[in-house]
Design a protein around this ligand. Structure first.
Ligand code: SAM
Length: 251
């Protein structure tokens, strides 16, 4: 069954200790994914340390439309001190990713790991400012969004000029936005939107050498693997990285 999509009223109402119990020394280990099977309650304002207003632990990396979680699983051990979150709109897919993370935390592959990664079911196009504060995110990932891209559906694009203003709001100045797809038209669309937006500037290729995230973006997501497995009949993966430039937004 599909649950009603609950949403935090503001970042003050998100209890990050439920998502990252290890970092908050919180004994509770029930999955809270905002799905019918693993619900979240947002009962009220949460203490400052736990909602990220104070204290060192805040989500810094966001995978928008994380699908089955391959990118998060790959990035987690590369950046063990960074809290990272996947947002996914599909209920069953979110449950799957939650269980995958929980299994790793319980030592499914040896030492317990992946304490720094979590997932939540939400519509990332609508609710980012309900979860993140101004300037909070250091990296945002948009990997293989919208495989059925058609130019006429422009309003529904997850990267658009209007939504980039929202992304700029939750991103830290200097933060990086990664986008990747195997759909050439979509790549061009996302690139143009980022190029036209005054708060984003393309990161030149020479500055991306050795970028551990880029390798994961183009090879470790489930969609990236699918494209690769198409072998010689497959097509290329197109990607770009843009830097959040300029001062923090007002508001
Ligand atoms: N990023 C993953 C990858 O590369 O393997 C998944 C790509 S998949 C084609 C796109 C995902 O985005 C789907 O799982 C879909 O449910 C999710 N999605 C689409 N719109 C969304 C939204 N507004 N908020 C959150 N997730 C969304």
């Amino acid at each position: 069954p599909c649950s009603v999509l609950r949403c935090s009223a503001s970042p003050d109402h998100v209890d990050w200790s439920a998502h990252f119990p290890f970092f908050f020394e919180c004994p509770q280990d029930r999955l809270q994914l905002n799905t019918a099977e693993n619900p979240i309650e947002y009962p009220g304002v949460v203490p400052d340390e736990r909602n990220g207003k104070a204290g060192p632990h805040q989500v810094r990396f966001l995978d928008v439309g994380c699908g089955f979680g391959g990118l998060l699983m790959a990035l987690s051990p590369k950046f063990p001190d960074k809290l990272m979150l996947g947002m996914e709109i599909r209920e069953q897919v979110t449950n799957y990713v939650g269980k995958r993370i929980q299994a790793m935390r319980q030592g499914a592959e040896g030492e317990p790991s992946h304490h720094n990664v979590s997932v939540i079911r939400t519509n990332a196009m609508k609710f980012l400012p309900n979860y993140f504060r101004k300037g909070q995110l250091e990296k945002m990932f948009f990997c293989f969004p919208d495989p059925h891209f058609k130019r006429k559906n422009a309003r529904r694009r997850i990267i658009s000029y209007g939504l980039l203003s929202v992304y700029a709001y939750v991103m830290a100045p200097g933060g990086l936005l990664y986008h990747a797809t195997d759909v050439k038209d979509l790549h061009e669309w996302m690139d143009t939107a980022c190029e036209e937006h005054p708060l984003f500037r393309r990161v030149p290729p020479e500055e991306l050498e050795g970028d551990a995230c880029l390798e994961a973006v183009t090879a470790e997501t489930e969609e990236a693997k699918r494209v690769k497995n198409l072998g010689r009949f497959g097509h290329d993966v197109y990607f770009s990285v843009f830097r959040r430039v300029g001062p923090l937004s007002d508001g």
